[in-house]
Design a protein around this ligand. Sequence first.
Ligand code: NAG
Ligand code: NAG
Ligand code: NAG
Ligand code: NAG
Length: 343
Amino acid sequence: MRQARCFHAFVLFFFIFWVALTHLGFLKLDEFPSFKELPATFTIDALNGFVWQEENNGTGAKRLTCPKGPTVTVEDGLTGLGNQIWEYAQAWAAAKILDRPGFVSESLARKLKVYFPNIEMPTIEEISHCNVTKNATYMKMHVDVKTLKESYKGVHVRIPQYDMLPELILPYRDKLRDEIFKFHDEILERVQKTIHSFDAENLTKVVLHVRRSDYIGLIAILYKLSPAHSSFYLDAMDWFRKNIGGQLIFMIVTDDIGWCEKNLLIEKDVVIASDDTGHDLALLSIADHNIIDYGSFGMWAGVMSKGHTIALIDIDFNGIMTKFKNWHVFDESKYTSKLEFEP
Ligand SMILES: *[C@@H]1O[C@H](CO)[C@@H](O)[C@H](O)[C@H]1NC(C)=O
Ligand SMILES: *[C@@H]1O[C@H](CO)[C@@H](O)[C@H](O)[C@H]1NC(C)=O
Ligand SMILES: *[C@@H]1O[C@H](CO)[C@@H](O)[C@H](O)[C@H]1NC(C)=O
Ligand SMILES: *[C@@H]1O[C@H](CO)[C@@H](O)[C@H](O)[C@H]1NC(C)=O
């Protein structure tokens, strides 16, 4: 089974992408105050240093009493909402399992509060005067929750950006979904409106996440695969029609509505239900079942939803999830094409 490999290529890709974006001025620098403080030449480590804001007093944050024992912290990369949720959730869960304080960056907390009012972990900025994060050990990709305390006894733990460690969060799935990552009422109300607009209140809702745009390049780099063919989504819908009783509705959320309209709106029970990011993630998370292709956004929703999830790529994450819930991995060799190139 494939690890989330090419991790370094991935980081480098993002790094180049980020430089291009900032230098071309597409990103609003105000959203990332410390960008302005970057030296002219810097390394990936310096980038982390910047993200961590270890060297300054933070953004006017209040100062907390320095933690006496070891801590958990998490990298906040320049990731999308899906990764940000994973970063926060894992820091929260690791702190809980290890029974020690956990800290996230102020920017991560701020970005998540846009969607989730209950985000309240203290920030790294608030302990930036304590030097605690300078000597942290990265948490490994495969964690055994049972031996976690032993493995990281006495050391500061850092959760790497992009990682998704389902073992960490699965013990707290209900609390994470129902309390910590409970959406703002305004978002949930819009989701109910969407459901109502399709008269879907009493139907069994299967929500599909069809991720294309930016991820077409990413899956080429990460897995040397083409994006999923439309047959993946169509066969996955058929799986539900055959295996799940009751009246079904398939609701698509996507970043490529045109492609979905052209390729997936074949049966009458399929609709496109996309709105904005918060709405789409909330709809995915409250679905009865999901069909997801790739990416941290769909994977989070799949982990959170209570029913069946159909996933695609043969990665460790999917292998782990099949042990914990009704998680079905369709054969990627049937639904994607191998790309012949050296990224
Ligand atoms: C942090 O802020 C305090 C008070 O505002 C100031 O005295 C101190 O020099 C600052 N330290 C650094 C490293 O910027
Ligand atoms: C943090 O490190 C700086 C120098 O690296 C040192 O001057 C300062 O006293 C340290 N603070 C604590 C709380 O250990
Ligand atoms: C950093 O961590 C190592 C190993 O965990 C430990 O031996 C060392 O004392 C730590 N250094 C500081 C400054 O905390
Ligand atoms: C859903 O079921 C409830 C209770 O059976 C009923 O009152 C309501 O009208 C139904 N809604 C729709 C859209 O069919």
